[in-house]
Design a protein around this ligand. Structure first.
Ligand code: TXE
Length: 490
């Protein structure tokens, strides 16, 4: 385990000397004690990032790509170890953790490619209407970026922000979640070993209040990138307003999955399961509201309940486990509380809803299917962020769309039907940043990620993720030999 905060390429003691414990959610036992950053440390980290910025910003995309690829290699070389850390830290089953680590390395490789391409389009001419002038745009790094990430995909969420920021030529201060800081610290070490200059990436674990908040208010931070809750997202955006920092927010959702009556029941159930139980349902894009066209409702519900009961629950390292514990005591209480609230509002538990038997330790919740959830209930409207799906019948496309879009959120949505025209039409009309047709959840480094409505602003991944960390500068030259002649005549 790393002893300290990663600032300016070195392991530094926290100014206030504090630490916090990291808990294995499967056993509820502490697994590590981590240095806790406070405002003074965040200030040191931002200063290091600001000092490293001028030189890093001037490197070529090709030079940055070389380092990004070395980081990807460094991650791959430690794949099994990093996956095991992720399991202990977050609770997810080992195969999922390995998937995440592979994706993390892939994300660095992808942005290495975009960094190289950036060299070719660093400067582009702009046609202006006056022949006496020539004009061009230069793409430049936004500056020092502050990233605050959550605990559901600890290393992957770091990569989604660190990789494009470094590719663009930004420097960064990364604040991982206090629940899962371990792989972000390893990323600092891997980046240093890969040749990343000191200060370009700094990692400051700590509490939201003590380390996250000072980062959002720091005047030398030019851009904030945040993934987390709506409540914290609002605070981040308000803090960004003080110094007019650029800001991107990814704030989760309550994503619908529309299953039309011409769908194959087995395929629908497989994707519904994947859309809600992968990562214990702690997925911002989880399709947690399933809407089934009435003729298929009973058949889908029956098979969904049947298959949900077969899911093996256990610690992430146990063989064959498909559902691990939730990340923390707080999330365990939240999820069980929201199931209870839904039931008090009139919902019925078709399966699950409890702590599994023989699991007196660990933050486990059974795969849960709720039916008859009133549209006004928080269980239907708010993000539960656990293995809990609400299933409801609908009659016809118009009602399906109305129910799907009746949400304050708009991150993702899924639609299943054999009718291609219908799926295209529904995809057009769904209020969401991401629409999956005949599937749920596949995510690619190449494709944009982010939501509409209260799910956030801005897009991560793909070229859009890179643009987050770039700004354009207009450079215009007076190219005529003729004097301008407005004040000084002849
Ligand atoms: O989130 P927070 P929490 C949702 C999900 C979950 C709920 C609460 O519904 O049940 O949020 O989770 C840092 N200034 N999502 O409490 O507080 C914090 O330290 C600056 C959806 O864990 O948003 C952590 O690093 N930073 C989501 C990060 O914000 C602050 C993923 C996220 O924590 C801060 C996670 C402050 N004042 C939760 N307070 C998604 N979109 O995927 C906290 N933080």
């Amino acid at each position: 385990m790393r002893d300290g905060l990663y600032i300016g390429g070195r392991w530094e003691k926290p100014a206030a000397g504090g630490t916090f414990e990291v808990i294995d959610p499967a056993t509820e036992q502490p697994i590590a004690s981590v240095a806790a950053a406070t405002a003074a440390d965040v200030d040191r980290a931002v200063t290091a990032a600001a000092e490293a910025l001028p030189a890093w910003k001037r490197t070529s995309g090709a030079e940055r790509a070389k380092i990004l690829r070395a980081i990807a290699e460094g991650i791959r070389a430690r794949r099994d170890e990093l996956a095991a850390i992720e399991v202990a830290d977050n609770g997810k089953p080992l195969p999922e953790a390995k998937w995440d680590i592979d994706d993390t390395a892939g994300c660095f490789d992808f942005y290495a490619g975009l960094a190289e391409e950036l060299d070719g389009r660093q400067e582009q001419p702009v046609a202006v209407g006056d022949p006496r002038f020539t004009s061009k745009v230069r793409r430049e790094a936004v500056g020092v970026a502050g990233a605050i990430i959550p605990w559901n995909y600890p290393m992957l969420m770091a990569a989604w922000k660190v990789a494009p920021a470094l590719a663009a030529g930004c420097t960064m201060v990364l604040k991982p979640s206090e629940l899962t800081p371990l792989t972000a610290l390893e990323l600092g070490a891997i980046a240093g070993a890969a040749g990343l200059p000191a200060g370009v990436l700094n990692v400051v674990p700590g509490l939201g209040r003590d380390a996250g908040e000072p980062l959002t208010h720091h005047p030398r931070v030019d851009k904030l990138a945040f993934t987390g809750s709506l409540a914290t997202g609002r605070r981040v955006m308000a803090a960004a307003a003080e110094d007019i920092k650029a800001v991107s927010l990814e704030l989760g959702g309550k994503s619908p999955f529309l299953v039309f009556a011409d769908s194959d029941v087995e395929a629908a159930v497989e994707w519904i399961l994947f859309g809600i139980f992968w990562n214990q349902g702690q997925v911002c894009s989880a399709t947690s509201r399933v809407l089934v066209e009435r003729p298929l409702y009973d058949a889908v519900l029956e098979r969904l309940v049947e298959e949900s009961r077969k899911i093996t629950i256990g610690g992430g390292l146990e063989e064959g486990v498909l559902l691990g514990p939730l990340v923390s005591r707080g999330q365990h209480e939240k999820v069980l509380g929201m199931i209870g609230e839904g039931v008090r509002d009139g919902a019925k538990v078709a399966t699950g809803g409890r702590v599994p038997q023989r699991r007196d330790r660990g933050y486990f919740v059974e795969p849960t299917v709720l039916v008859d959830v009133p549209e006004t209930s928080a269980a239907w409207r708010e993000e539960i962020f656990g293995p809990v799906v609400c299933v409801k019948p609908f009659d016809g496309e118009a009602e399906g769309l109305r129910l799907a879009n009746d949400s304050p959120y708009g991150l993702a949505a899924a639609v299943m039907s054999k009718d291609e025209e219908r799926t295209e039409r529904v995809a057009r009309d769904l209020e969401a940043g991401i629409v999956w047709i005949n599937c749920s959840q596949p995510t690619f480094s190449e494709a944009p990620w982010g939501g509409v409505k209260r799910s956030g602003i801005g897009r991560e991944l793909g070229v859009w993720g890179l643009e987050n960390y770039l700004t354009v500068k207009q450079v215009t030259r007076y190219a005529s030999d003729e004097p301008w002649g407005w004040y000084i005549k002849g």
